[in-house]
Design a protein around this ligand. Structure first.
Ligand SMILES: *Cc1c(COP(=O)(O)O)cnc(C)c1O
Length: 222
């Protein structure tokens, strides 16, 4: 399928989800997750009008960045090893996987400007998933205040892999609740206005629960 056709289908579903939840489609940004596909396919997404691209490995990002440079806006969405920060820091506009102080420290050290970060939260509690435990998130974000280059613009999570929509919805609702808790702290460097949640299988639920960035791979470019 052409990216353009997939995009038309996804945009229609976004429209319906926004309408169902009284939201504006302008408040939902699609990130095309290009980790499984070639640079050519990523370019097709950009040409279709998807200007935000997401990669989960530094080598995958660099390979595509060499060709596409700053034409797209780059998002780093995967778990990030501290030693890899220097490879990507001047290429990405957003990091979705901030989950430990040592990583914040390295970002703070390497960045020349404040970096838009999402704190990744392991809402589902699955052992295999990265992220801060929900009951540790407030403490973690308070600790981040000492880093000048860390700007917590939001929270990110991955829902459990299940067909049970109730379980998925509950996960997204919990992230939204955590966002409210953080916003009420009114920390200047952590506005936490965004929610990065929703993938190919669950983005409509995520939108209904308040997602502002959805990360779509398979359904868009796969
Ligand atoms: C791969 C990936 C996605 C996209 O997954 P799809 O199911 O293909 O849409 C989204 N977020 C993260 C963190 C990923 O690693």
């Amino acid at each position: 399928m052409k990216v353009l056709d997939n995009l038309a289908d996804i945009e229609e579903k976004i429209r319906i989800a926004c309408e169902a939840s009284g939201r504006d489609t302008k408040d939902v940004t699609i990130i095309a997750v290009t980790k499984y596909v070639t640079t050519e396919r990523a370019l097709e997404a950009v040409e279709a009008g998807v200007l935000n691209l997401g990669e989960n490995r530094d080598d995958g990002l660099l390979e595509k960045w060499k060709i596409l440079k700053d034409r797209p806006i780059w998002h780093f969405i995967g778990s990030l090893q501290t030693k890899k920060v220097k490879n990507i820091i001047d290429k990405v506009a957003y990091i979705h996987s901030l989950d430990r102080i040592s990583l914040a420290q390295e970002i703070d050290k390497r960045a020349s400007e404040p970096v838009n970060c999402f704190v990744q939260v392991n809402v589902s509690g699955e052992e295999t998933k990265h992220g801060v435990k929900p009951d540790q998130v407030l403490k973690f974000i308070k600790e981040l205040q000492k880093f000048e280059k860390i700007r917590v613009i939001g929270l990110m999570t991955m829902a459990p892999l299940t067909d049970d929509q109730t379980v998925i919805r509950k996960c997204f609702k919990e992230l939204k609740k955590l966002q409210n808790d953080i916003q009420s702290l009114q920390l200047p460097a952590s506005p936490c206005t965004e929610l990065s949640m929703g993938m190919s299988n669950d983005y409509t639920i995520a939108i209904e629960e308040g997602a502002t960035f959805i990360r779509i791979g398979t359904a868009l470019v796969g």
